[in-house]
Design a protein around this ligand. Structure first.
Ligand code: ADP
Ligand code: MG
Length: 682
C-alpha cells in the first residue's frame, strides 16, 4: 500500500470533505496539483452570433432569455429560448431543478456553451453549460481547462486550487539543459504552465494533440520515472548475494545424449544466457519467454542440472496440480536415470507422504523438488537451494514468489511464461527483470489450421471428432468458461462429457475438471496420454503445459468468452506431433464487436507475440498485465503503443542519469512517484 501522505498539512485551506475528494483524484501532495492535467479545453474566448454559430464543435453564444417553460412532450423538460441581434436559439434541459427555471427568468442575460444542432423547431443546444452574465462582461482570454473531478468538487474550485499552486511552486527542472536540447524537449515548468493556462493563440485541437511539445515532455518524464524506478529495483535485486553456480556438464551431457531430439538454436541461446547468470554471485531474476510448445521444459531441466552438478538443489514450481504433475512425470523420467532424485510435493499429498518428501528435501537426498505452491510452506526447508524455477509465472502473485525467495540464501530465479510480452511492455513494466526469449519452435511442427464455426453446426464438429479418432488421433474438447459460477462450469463439463459419450459410442471419452481430486485428474490425464481415452473433455484446466503429441484436434466451445492469451495457449496443445492439427473455435451467433475482433486475431495469427501485441491494443496494459502488476500504477500520460520513441529515449537515459546525476534522478523520481513508493518493490 502507498504510504499515506497527510494532504491536510500540504493543502492547508481545504475542507476535510474536499481533501477526501482530492485524495480520490490522486492528489495527495501539493505537487500532485501540478500533475493533475486537463482532460480537455473549452473555448469561452469568443462569442458567436446565434445565426452564424458553426455546427460540429462546442461554441459560446450570448443572449437574452425570451421564454422559459417546462414542457411535457415528448418528455418532461425545461425549454429556454434566447435571442441575440442575429437570431434565436433553444436550450433544452432534460434534467433540471426548479431553481434553474426561476433563475432563467425572461430578460436575463446568459452565456451558453455547447454544440449547436438542428432541432425540429430550429437550432438548439442540449444541456449547455450556462451562466448568467452582465451586459458587458469580459470574455476569457484563453481556453478554459476542464479537469478530471468528482461531483462536489466543481471545476472552478479545482481550477483555482491548481492555478494557485502553479504560482506558489517553483517547478524546478529535473533534467539537465543539454539533455533537453538534445532530445528536443521543452522545460517542465513551461510544459505544465502551458497545459494548465494555455496561451490565447492555441486552439483546443492543438492542445489535445499528443504531439504537442508540452504533452511530449510530460509523457517523457513519466516514462523516465518508470525507467528509473525499474532500474533501481533491478539494481537492488542484483546487489544481493547468491551462490556462484558453475556445473561441470557431467549431467547435462548425459541428458542431451539421451534426448530423442537436438536442442534448437534458440534453446541453446537461452541456456547460454542462463548459465552466464548463474555463474555470477548475484541473484538471477530472469524471465524465460517462449511461445507455447517452444520447449521450455527441457531448458528448465538443463538449467536445473547445471545447479545440481554444482552441488545445489533446485525447486520447480507450477501453478496447478496438473501442470506440476506433468513436470514431475517428465523431469523424473529424464533425471532419475541420471541418478538424480526428484521429490514431489503438492497440497493434496497425505501427511505421511508429505513428511517423507520434506525429509528428502531437508536432507538433500532429493536434488530437485517439483510441486505446487506447497513447495513454499513453512515446513519445507531445503538443504542447499540454489535455483528456483517458476513455470507460468504470470499465474503466481508477487507475494507467493517472494515467499519462496526467502527460503534459501537468495536462490537464483528463473520464471517461465508462455504468454509473450509485447516488446513495449517488456521494456517498461518488466524492465526490472532480465529476459530470455525462445524465438523458434522445434522443427517438424505442422502449422495448426484454425476454424471458426458457429455453435449451430456442432453436429458437423462431432462428426469431425469421430473422423479424427478413426485416423488414430486424439481430441481435446474444451468446455465453456463460466466466470460467474464454478458450479455451473462444472455441471456443463459433466453434461458435455455425457453428451459426447453418447454421440461417440465407439470411442472412450475422458473428463478432467478443476474440482476433481488431484489423483483423479492425474489419472484422467494419464489415460489420455496412453490413448486409453481418445477424447478428453476438459474445463480450461488444461490451458497450460499439457503435452500429448498424439492429440491433433482441439475444439473450444464458446471461444468468444475466452481471452486471446488463453485461446492461444489452448490451441498450442495440438500441433505437437507429426499429424496435421486443427483447432475449432465454436462461437455463439450475435457476437459483440469486441468478441469479433478477438476471434479475428486468433484466426489470423499464429505467432504468440503478434497475438499478444494485438491483445495489448484491444485490452490496454492494465488488464494485460493482470496479477503481476496489482498495485503498480499504470501510466497516466504516456501510451506504450504511441510513445515507443520516447520510451526508448527514457530507457537509454535512465542508467546514465542514475550514474551521472543521482540527485536529479531522485528528485525526478520523488516528483513522480512520491506516495507510490510501492512501485519500487513490485
Ligand atoms: P512449452 O514451452 O510449451 O512448455 P514443452 O517444453 O512442453 O513446451 O515442449 C513441447 C514439446 O516439444 C514436448 O513434447 C517436447 O519434448 C518437445 N521438444 C522440446 N524441445 C524440442 C526440440 N529441440 N526438438 C524437438 N522437440 C522438442
Ligand atoms: Mg510448459
Amino acid at each position: 500500500m502507498p504510504s499515506p501522505i497527510d494532504i491536510a498539512s500540504q493543502v492547508p485551506l481545504a475542507a476535510p470533505a474536499t481533501l477526501k475528494k482530492l485524495e480520490k483524484l490522486g492528489i495527495r501532495r501539493r505537487f500532485d496539483f501540478i500533475l493533475h492535467l486537463p482532460l480537455r479545453y473549452e473555448d469561452e474566448t469568443h462569442v458567436y452570433p446565434i445565426a452564424s454559430a458553426p455546427y460540429g464543435k462546442a461554441v459560446l453564444v450570448e443572449g437574452e432569455v425570451i421564454s422559459c417553460e417546462v414542457q411535457f412532450k415528448p418528455r418532461r423538460q425545461l425549454v429556454v429560448q434566447i435571442e441575440d441581434s442575429s437570431g434565436t436559439l433553444i436550450l433544452r434541459f432534460i434534467h433540471f431543478y426548479p431553481s434553474q427555471q426561476k433563475a432563467l427568468a425572461k430578460g436575463k442575460r446568459v452565456r451558453a456553451l455547447a454544440e449547436v444542432r438542428r432541432g425540429f423547431y430550429g437550432d438548439e443546444m442540449v444541456h449547455p453549460k450556462l451562466r448568467e452574465v452582465a451586459a458587458d462582461e469580459a470574455l476569457a482570454d484563453s481556453l478554459t481547462p476542464i479537469y478530471p473531478t468528482l461531483s462536489g468538487l466543481t471545476q472552478p474550485v479545482l481550477r483555482r486550487m491548481i492555478q494557485s499552486e502553479l504560482k506558489a511552486q517553483s517547478l524546478d527542472e529535473t533534467l539537465p539543459a543539454a539533455l533537453l536540447a538534445r532530445l528536443g524537449l521543452v522545460p517542465f515548468a513551461d510544459a505544465v504552465r502551458l497545459l494548465h493556462a494555455p496561451p490565447p493563440e492555441l486552439s483546443a485541437e492543438a492542445l489535445s494533440n499528443p504531439l504537442l511539445p508540452a504533452w511530449q515532455r510530460l509523457k517523457f518524464d513519466e516514462l523516465l520515472a518508470q525507467q528509473l524506478s525499474m532500474r533501481l529495483a533491478y539494481r537492488a535485486r542484483r546487489s544481493g548475494k547468491a551462490p556462484v553456480i558453475v556445473g561441470d556438464q557431467s549431467l547435462r551431457q548425459q541428458l542431451i545424449s539421451q534426448l530423442p531430439f537436438a536442442l534448437t538454436g534458440a534453446q541453446q541461446k537461452v541456456l547460454t544466457e542462463i548459465t552466464a547468470d548463474l555463474a555470477l554471485a548475484h541473484p538471477m531474476n530472469r524471465l524465460l519467454q517462449g511461445d507455447v510448445g517452444s520447449g521450455k521444459t527441457v531448458v528448465a531441466a538443463m538449467a536445473a542440472l547445471n545447479a545440481i552438478e554444482a552441488g545445489f538443489q533446485v525447486a520447480l514450481m507450477a501453478p496447478t496440480e496438473i501442470l506440476a504433475e506433468q513436470h514431475y512425470a517428465k523431469l523424473s523420467a529424464w533425471l532419475e536415470p541420471l541418478g538424480v532424485k526428484v521429490a514431489w510435493l503438492s497440497g493434496s499429498l497425505r501427511k505421511k507422504a508429505r513428511g517423507e518428501m520434506n525429509a528428502l528435501i531437508a536432507s538433500g537426498a532429493a536434488r530437485l523438488a517439483v510441486g505446487t505452491h506447497a513447495l513454499f510452506q513453512d515446513e519445507v526447508s531445503f538443504e542447499k537451494l540454489g535455483l528456483v524455477i517458476v513455470d507460468e509465472q504470470h499465474r503466481f502473485g508477487v507475494g507467493q514468489r517472494l515467499a519462496l525467495q526467502g527460503k534459501g540464501a537468495e536462490p537464483h530465479q528463473l520464471m517461465m511464461t508462455a504468454t509473450p510480452i509485447p516488446r513495449t511492455l517488456a521494456m517498461s513494466f518488466y524492465a526490472d527483470l532480465d529476459v530470455s526469449v525462445i524465438d523458434e519452435l522445434p522443427p517438424g511442427r505442422t502449422p495448426i489450421v484454425t476454424k471458426l464455426i458457429s455453435a449451430a453446426r456442432r453436429d458437423e464438429v462431432v462428426a469431425y471428432v469421430n473422423k479424427t479418432c478413426s485416423e488414430g488421433q486424439q481430441v481435446y474438447w474444451v468446455c465453456p468458461l463460466i466466470e460467474e459460477s464454478e458450479t455451473l462450469e462444472l455441471q456443463t463439463a459433466v453434461d458435455t462429457h455425457l453428451g459426447l459419450s453418447e454421440d461417440l459410442p465407439q470411442w472412450q471419452v475422458g473428463l478432467v475438471h478443476g474440482r476433481m481430486k488431484a489423483a483423479e485428474k492425474a489419472e484422467a490425464m494419464a489415460a489420455f496420454s496412453r490413448n486409453e481415452t481418445q477424447v478428453l473433455v476438459a474445463t480450461t484446466v488444461i490451458e497450460v503445459g499439457v503435452d500429448v503429441p498424439n492429440a491433433s484436434l482441439m475444439v473450444i466451445e464458446h471461444a468468444e468468452r475466452m481471452g486471446l492469451a488463453q485461446l492461444h495457449q489452448l490451441r498450442g496443445r495440438v500441433g505437437r506431433g507429426a499429424a496435421k492439427s486443427t483447432c475449432v473455435l465454436l462461437f455463439e451467433s450475435k457476437l459483440s464487436d469486441l468478441a469479433k475482433a478477438r476471434l479475428r486475431v486468433i484466426f489470423e495469427h499464429t505467432d504468440g507475440f503478434e497475438i499478444a501485441r494485438q491483445d495489448l491494443l484491444i485490452r490496454g496494459p492494465g488488464e494485460f498485465l493482470g496479477a503481476r502488476q496489482s498495485g503498480l500504477p499504470m501510466l497516466r500520460f504516456a501510451n506504450l503503443e504511441e510513445d515507443v520513441a520516447l520510451l526508448e529515449s527514457a530507457r537509454e537515459l535512465a542508467p546514465v542519469l542514475l550514474e551521472k546525476s543521482p540527485a536529479l534522478a531522485s528528485a525526478h523520481l520523488a516528483r513522480w512517484l512520491a506516495g507510490r513508493e510501492h512501485f519500487l518493490k513490485a
